[in-house]
Design a protein around this ligand. Structure first.
Ligand SMILES: [Mg+2]
Length: 423
């Protein structure tokens, strides 16, 4: 019998920080959004102090200091790297894996003869903790909707110790009653409000609700949720990642931009990132958009985008850079303080299925050279885990870059930050 499992990292961002800096273990810590704006993640100790999510850091700074809370800038290269490590360790324990988010994965696992998956789950939990210093929660059930519920129960029930198998209980309904409709996977705010108005408050009541009424109001999606609550399997674990529809790299600036050179530099840096991402996914773009805007809080809002369609799809950084730098002139306006910009690579196609225009066919030797150059840059950057090689435009002072004054080390991805042990 196949079981569907939802595994997720507990307080993932905070756990990653505590994992590379053991001084932070057991301490209240909060992680801040880009530009050290708002609180976006908390350790359980910070939660216990009733520090809310989403509040602006500058408003709470003093109170946090008084409480001894450590604030950190978000370190996405650390979280991304820990996530990759987590997923590759999970692979050896599961038959199929579907990566759902940075710290969440659906897996399918065969049940042993006695159908008891607790020993497997306990071993997996301690293996991950030993390898990464991160605690995971494991929810087990017969389908995805219920695996999500089981994961929630594993987190909330004191007796569960981070593991809960919803398909192995005698009184399933009692557990379903503990889950409010708004925390069921796929039930949004609007839907949960409608359900609560109808007197449907928990997962058990949604399971038993009139099928016709659900279908009429919520369509197939609502119907699917109800069917899975009843124990049917509507969604399978999908191993193959759907290729991306577009790749976007955008950031808010640490301080506003007014000069064209700075805007060009920011867009160039984002382009280099986006193009490398695209090559990593084996994709090429044939449609490029760039945009910029003022702060949403400024008196007069300015926003503009520019777009170019390409004759032939490309993944070459230098080709795309030329286009972007031309387009930058179209969106620049010296009368506004620009707060954000971004680049979008659209109309993506897999590199293997490319059509060539006749004109470009003649330039093949040239494109071979440029391809070799790009491959060399990519492999050097991969080997040294930093921007070992980049384009000249990125080199001058970047006054506009994001504020990340409280950033932790990148000790898992950068050789220069490997911890030193002094004996
Ligand atoms: Mg999590």
């Amino acid at each position: 019998m196949e079981a569907i499992v939802l595994i997720d990292g507990n307080n993932f961002y905070a756990s990653c920080e505590q994992s590379i800096n053991p001084n932070l273990r057991g301490k209240p810590i909060v992680i801040l959004s880009n530009n050290d704006g708002c609180i976006i993640a908390r350790s359980p100790e910070a939660r216990a102090l009733k520090i809310e999510m989403g509040i602006p850091y500058f408003k709470e700074k003093e109170r946090l200091n008084q409480l001894g809370v450590v604030a950190l800038s978000s370190n996405y290269s650390l979280y991304g790297d820990m996530s990759r490590r987590l997923m590759s360790l999970l692979k050896s324990y599961c038959e199929k894996l579907e990566i759902y988010s940075i710290d969440e994965v659906f897996a399918s696992v065969s049940r042993p003869h006695d159908s008891n998956l607790y020993p497997w789950a306990r071993e997996l939990r301690s293996f991950i903790y030993q390898s990464l210093g991160i605690t995971i929660t494991i929810g087990i059930a017969e389908n995805k909707v219920k695996a999500k519920l089981a994961n929630k129960l594993a987190k909330t029930l004191n007796s569960s110790a981070g593991i809960f198998d919803l398909a192995n209980v005698n009184n399933e309904n009692d557990y379903l009653k503990k889950i409010s409709v708004k925390s069921i996977w796929g039930v949004g705010n609007k839907t949960s409000k409608w359900l609560i108005d109808k007197g449907i408050k928990n997962a058990k009541e949604l399971k038993d609700m009139n099928e016709y009424e659900i279908k009429k109001k919520l369509g197939v999606i609502g119907q699917r949720i109800q069917l899975e609550l009843k124990g049917h399997k509507c969604l399978t674990v999908e191993e193959i990642r759907k290729s991306k529809k577009e790749i976007q790299v955008s950031r808010s600036f640490g301080s506003p931009i007014t000069r064209l050179e700075d805007l060009k530099q920011a867009l160039a840096i984002y382009t280099i990132k986006a193009a490398a991402k695209m090559r990593y996914e084996n994709l090429k773009t044939s449609s490029i958009t760039i945009f910029t805007r003022t702060s949403l809080y400024s008196n007069e809002i300015y926003q503009k985008s520019a777009h170019k369609k390409l004759l032939e799809a490309t993944d070459s950084t230098s080709t795309i850079l030329k286009i972007i730098l031309d387009l930058a002139i179209e969106i620049y306006n010296p009368n506004y303080k620009l707060a954000k910009a971004g680049v979008l690579m659209q109309d993506l196609s897999l590199s293997d299925y490319l059509q060539k225009t006749i004109q470009l066919y003649y330039y093949d030797t040239n494109s071979m050279k440029s391809r070799n150059l790009t491959n060399t840059i990519d492999s050097l950057n991969k080997r040294f885990k930093t921007e070992a090689l980049s384009w000249g435009i990125t080199l001058n002072k970047k006054k506009w870059e994001m504020n990340r004054r409280l950033l932790s080390d990148t000790s898992t991805t950068d050789i220069r930050n490997i911890p030193t042990i002094i004996i």
